[in-house]
Ligand binder design. Structure first.
Ligand code: FAD
Length: 375
């Protein structure tokens, strides 16, 4: 770094949390230097063109929320149309099932089940005797019954997280909606659902206006020069990495995407298809064209999503919140309080070590800013 300027805030990470934070601080007359080790802004929401199709580079991102303030906040900077619904599908044993689990799924798995009460009764029968509701396996069977668990959850989840459902925390399955109606809308409990046809990049362009942004800059490798540039740090990277994993590594799961072109007749017929069988190496296929339905294309751009262990240079995509890693995370928070006091503030998915959807990241970051306003 050649330029020496004094900033109020050094924002580490130009993802959603860093961008919202920098935007709010700039609005309050503070100066922000935003850095990211990647060569683009947007974090995991970043989109880029592939063969003329705008693709979500780090996996399909559907914006959904019931928080009108958050929806309006996004709409200020992004042309995003409200979608009626979002309906991914699941492939298992050569058959296709509706997601999230709803009456279309239950009546296909159990052809004698037609009505909600019949499905609930079957689930109750199949979950009798399940005791350990703390594990994903126990919680899932109690929510959808043994057959749905075996066919649509077990293989997919074990590929996704690289460990047995009996070892994974129930918290993960808590995120999957289960509905007793014939409605395939994944987010029907949310008031607003949308995907911007032009991708998410405009949101970041708008939010980061007026901030100094330096890309391809890893905070951990340049700390000596960066720390002197700002009074305080807003850090959205992995908290354990900030301390050189001094208290041990936190668990994350990584991903890899294999993007390719397919002929139109090879369309899977939906934007996202989950592949639930354990012997299929990928977890999902995303058909990017479907996020821009008004545009005509000669070909389809698809990404095959593979789940990977977090090792070597892999990116930490999903925090794995076992009891052990949650305890370790708390110890890192205490360590930070001791070492940095209020000089370093943590934000986002990695800074808080929890799975946040985009709306939750925005809400959480706005809350952090409000807290700082009251300091
Ligand atoms: P990030 O987007 O990860 O940004 C953090 C940034 O910090 C990164 O750009 C990183 O490069 C940078 N950074 C880290 N360490 C350093 C360092 N040392 N120096 C400099 N920079 C650093 N949410 C939804 O609402 N709907 C969805 O459909 C959805 N789908 C998803 C699918 C996938 C596959 C994934 C992984 C996430 C999905 N999400 C979805 C969640 C969404 O991506 C997050 O809520 C959001 O991106 C989190 O923003 P963030 O700023 O916390 O983190």
């Amino acid at each position: 770094m050649e330029k020496v300027t004094k900033f109020d805030w050094l924002v580490v990470g130009a993802g959603l949390s860093g961008a919202v934070f920098a935007h709010e601080m700039t609005k309050r007359g503070k100066t922000c230097l935003v850095i990211d080790k990647r060569t683009h802004v947007g974090g995991n929401c970043y989109c880029e063109q592939y063969d003329g199709v705008m693709m979500h580079k780090y996996g399909a991102h559907i914006f959904h929320t019931s928080d009108k303030q958050v929806w309006d906040y996004v709409k200020k900077h992004l042309k995003i149309n409200r979608l009626g619904s979002y309906a991914p599908m699941a492939m298992a044993g050569g058959e296709v099932f509706a997601l999230p689990f709803n009456m279309n799924t239950f009546s296909k798995i159990w052809p004698d089940v037609r009505f909600p009460e019949e499905a609930k009764k079957r689930i109750e029968e199949q979950s009798k005797g399940v005791k350990d509701l703390e594990t994903l396996e126990g919680a899932a069977i109690s929510q959808v019954g043994k057959d749905v668990f075996e066919k649509l959850i077990k293989g997919y989840t074990e590929k996704q997280w690289g460990r047995s459902c009996a070892e994974l925390p129930a918290e993960i399955i808590g995120r999957i909606p289960v509905k007793f109606d014939y409605n395939n809308n994944y987010f029907n409990s949310d008031l607003y659902i949308g995907v911007p046809e032009g991708g998410y990049n405009d949101l970041f362009k708008g939010l980061l206006e007026g901030c100094e942004v330096v890309l391809g800059c890893d905070y951990l490798r340049n700390r000596t020069s960066l720390d002197g540039l700002a009074k305080r740090v807003f850090y959205t990277g992995p908290i354990d990495a900030l301390f050189g994993e001094a208290l041990g590594k936190l668990d994350y799961r990584s991903l890899e995407f294999d993007t390719k072109i397919r002929d139109l007749e090879q369309s899977q017929g939906c934007a996202v298809m989950n592949y639930c069988d354990k012997d299929v190496p990928y977890t999902r296929i995303i058909e990017h064209n479907r996020f821009a339905p008004s545009r005509r294309h000669e070909e389809i751009v698809v990404s095959l999503e593979y789940s990977k262990p977090y090792e070597g240079d892999a990116e930490p995509y999903y925090p794995v919140r076992t009891e052990e890693s949650k305890e370790r995370y708390e110890k890192y928070v205490q360590l930070s309080n001791t070492v940095y006091g209020d000089r370093v503030v943590f934000g986002g998915r990695l800074g808080h070590f929890r799975y946040f959807d985009m709306d939750e990241v925005i809400r959480d970051t706005l809350g952090i800013v409000e807290g700082l306003d009251n300091e």
